[in-house]
Design a binder for this molecule. Structure first.
Ligand SMILES: Cc1cc2nc3c(=O)[nH]c(=O)nc-3n(C[C@H](O)[C@H](O)[C@H](O)COP(=O)(O)OP(=O)(O)OC[C@H]3O[C@@H](n4cnc5c(N)ncnc54)[C@H](O)[C@@H]3O)c2cc1C
Length: 253
């Protein structure tokens, strides 16, 4: 994971108040280095006349309206090798490189009145999970199921959110196996007593491995779409995965 801080006066009005907000980030072409991005006009976003758009979704991890050189936005990008424009760029980025960021389009705020929450996901969901921990009221009890490679990756959620919150984090280790290939989250969510009728549930991560999680929540436990949100953040073997595509085509929302 690499933290990228984007700075510039254009960020002055950025608002990201929901835990699952995301921005669209336009990356340079990995081969030519050309950064194609839409331009903001009075009529809205206008596509560039040339170049391929390489756009991916990222969670605004933190925003400061007054950084040392103006407004700043932190993005945490998972490095998965020189594969895909985002990971390739992030693995070689140096200070001063350019990105174009658009959004967030809207914010879905923390659901009101919840008393207990279960959060889960792989590394791509950790920024959103951290946002949940910061934005949920301190008296809401939170359990987290976090899939990472090994114990060395367990620091991301250290001291995130208010002290004193009832919080239990279970780290699930892949032990060197590729992300998106093991049903670790599915097995973990089936643990008895993890979810009851009053628990709000949110999961994000590799869409294929989340299908079993969603089936358990929605079919076995009969949680409603409002109570259990499962969001595919990427899909193994698919570039530029569209997170609006249903995780389970046999049972779309
Ligand atoms: C709402 C939302 C918020 C997101 N927030 C974040 C965030 O804060 N941080 C973050 O890192 N990601 C986040 N993601 C996921 C990120 O957008 C994807 O991982 C994206 O595909 C990365 O683009 P890429 O150019 O690196 O790879 P792509 O060109 O999209 O894919 C190329 C290949 O890499 C594989 N791949 C993609 N992502 C991964 C991965 N993480 N691990 C292993 N293989 C992968 C694909 O399966 C494909 O085979 C978010 C996604 C959504 C929908």
């Amino acid at each position: 994971m690499v933290r990228v801080t984007v700075a510039g006066p254009e960020l002055v009005d950025l608002e990201a108040q929901g835990p699952t907000d995301h921005v669209k980030v336009f990356f340079p072409d990995p081969t030519t280095g050309h950064l194609a991005a839409p331009v903001l006009t009075a009529e809205g976003l206008e596509r560039p006349s040339s170049g391929t758009l390489h756009v991916r979704d990222y969670t605004p991890r933190a925003y400061r309206s007054r950084g040392p050189t103006g407004p700043e936005l932190d993005l945490d990008l998972v490095l998965h090798g020189d594969v895909g424009p985002a990971s390739t760029w992030a693995g070689h980025a140096t200070v001063g490189d350019r990105l174009v960021v658009a959004g967030p389009k809207g914010s879905k705020l923390v659901p009101p009145g919840v008393t207990s929450v279960l959060l889960g996901g792989d590394e791509t969901a950790l920024p959103a999970i951290a946002r949940w921990l910061e934005l949920l009221p301190v008296d809401v009890a939170v359990r987290v199921l976090a899939e990472v490679d090994s114990a060395a990756d367990e620091t991301y959620l250290d001291q995130v959110g208010p002290a004193g919150r009832p919080l239990e984090i279970s780290w699930l280790h892949r032990h060197g196996r590729a992300p998106g290939t093991e049903p670790l989250l599915e097995r973990a969510v089936q643990r008895r007593g993890l979810v009851d009728r009053s628990t709000f549930v949110w999961f994000g991560g590799e869409a294929g491995t989340l299908r079993g999680v969603r089936r358990h929540l929605r079919r076995d436990l009969r949680l409603t779409a409002r109570q259990a949100e499962v969001s595919g953040y990427w899909r193994l073997g698919e570039a530029a995965f569209d997170h609006h595509a249903p995780i389970d085509p046999s049972d779309p929302d």
